[in-house]
Design a protein around this ligand. Structure first.
Ligand code: NDP
Ligand code: MG
Ligand code: MG
Length: 340
């Protein structure tokens, strides 16, 4: 089995005497910065003026511009939105990199697709928590952590692996388990997971089920409970105990329906589509279209986003959730594309 690294496997010394610049103070940024600091790491936050900047100041960090933070630090962790990274890197980070610095990421997109081309005199690694930033923070406070992947792209110091693992430990991930991967594997599997299963696959499955019931004349409220609300209860069981554990808890009728109807929903055609989606990720077609969409100021993203918000399932869902205050998130969690 692949080696899983835990706290005891980590050489903490790798971060001693180094300053870490956390660039961006959003979902991942706030969690990394706070966890690092509470683990005794010297942290500076680099972000543009605005809401995040204020929040980082209120959280007690030393907060400066991106260029200034990159200048001060030896480890520069880039936690900006993926589509902003190239521009900010070229304008504010590149010139601040010194021999032996580490340039780090939480997702491999920009390095793997050559949007950010790092100089040859720095280490390049990623530490990618497999969960949303707000859980990276909350689990850390609870004494646990979110599992993470790490990968080394460039190792000029000969210590990139130690640094990456020490970083993973300081954000709490080595309490839960850290696995080694490559930039290629992390980038392609992360994109595939969020597109085919976690985000894209799931929302389309829920919508199709809801529409099928409503079009057949059933009450939208009943369809909502059946196709969306109950999902969490099922996923929690799978998360805790796998598919067999979930099936142990459901009725035998539900389990028989699962066996005979599941493969009719996700059939060979669906799997063929998944393979095509994976091919588009591997070939760079998806990345190119997303980069161009951003260059054009997101016309398609915005149009789809607006029409999705008007779907009947959102209207019904809002009404029902307002009647179930216990369902509301305790603190608003910014859940980004990585199912996060
Ligand atoms: P967010 O969108 O939550 O946060 C982005 C931060 O960057 C904000 O503080 C924002 O400030 C700042 N920012 C945006 N543009 C600029 C700019 N031009 N100059 C300076 N600061 C800027 O990002 P995420 O945390 O979601 O993602 C960060 C990285 O982590 C990505 O690589 C992502 O793939 C990865 N990742 C994210 C996960 C998640 O849970 N969200 C999970 C695993 C990996 P402002 O408030 O001013 O807009
Ligand atoms: Mg039922
Ligand atoms: Mg992602």
């Amino acid at each position: 089995m692949t080696k899983v690294y835990y706290n005891g496997d980590v050489n903490e010394v790798a971060l001693k005497g180094k300053k870490v610049a956390v660039i961006g103070y959003g979902s991942q940024g706030h969690a990394h910065a706070l966890n690092l600091k509470e683990s005794g790491v010297d942290v500076v936050v680099g972000v543009r003026q605005g809401k995040s900047f204020q929040k980082a100041v209120e959280d007690g960090h030393q907060v400066v511009s991106v260029a200034e933070a990159a200048e001060q630090a030896e480890v520069i962790m880039v936690l900006l939105p993926d589509e902003q990274q190239q521009k900010v890197y070229e304008e504010e980070i590149r010139d601040a990199l010194k021999d032996g610095d580490s340039l780090a990421f939480a997702h491999g997109f920009n390095i793997h697709f050559n949007q950010v081309v790092a100089p040859e005199n720095v280490d390049v690694f990623l530490v990618a928590p497999k969960g949303p930033g707000h859980l990276v923070r909350r689990t850390f406070e609870d004494g646990a952590g979110v599992p993470a992947l790490f990968a080394i792209y460039q190792d000029v110091s000969g210590e990139a692996k130690d640094t990456a693992l020490a970083y993973a430990k300081a954000i709490g991930s080595a309490r839960a388990g850290v696995l080694e991967t490559t930039f290629k594997e992390e980038t392609e599997t992360d994109l595939f997971g969020e597109q085919a299963v976690l985000c894209g696959g799931l929302t389309s499955l829920v919508k199709a089920g809801f529409e099928t019931l409503v079009e057949a004349g059933y009450q939208p409220e009943v369809a909502y409970f059946e196709c969306l609300h109950e999902l969490k209860l099922i996923v929690d069981l799978m998360y805790e105990d796998g598919m067999a554990g979930m099936r142990y808890s459901i009725s035998d009728t539900a389990q028989w329906g699962d066996f005979v109807s599941g493969p009719r929903v996700v059939d060979e055609r669906v799997k063929q589509s998944m393979k095509e989606i994976l091919t588009d990720i591997q070939s760079g077609k998806f990345a190119k279209e997303w980069i161009l969409e951003n260059k054009a100021n997101r016309p398609q993203f915005n149009a789809i986003n607006n029409s999705e918000k008007e779907h009947q399932i959102e209207e019904v869902g809002k009404k029902l959730r307002d009647m179930m205050p216990f369902v509301k998130r305790k603190q608003k969690e910014v859940v980004s594309a990585s199912a996060k």
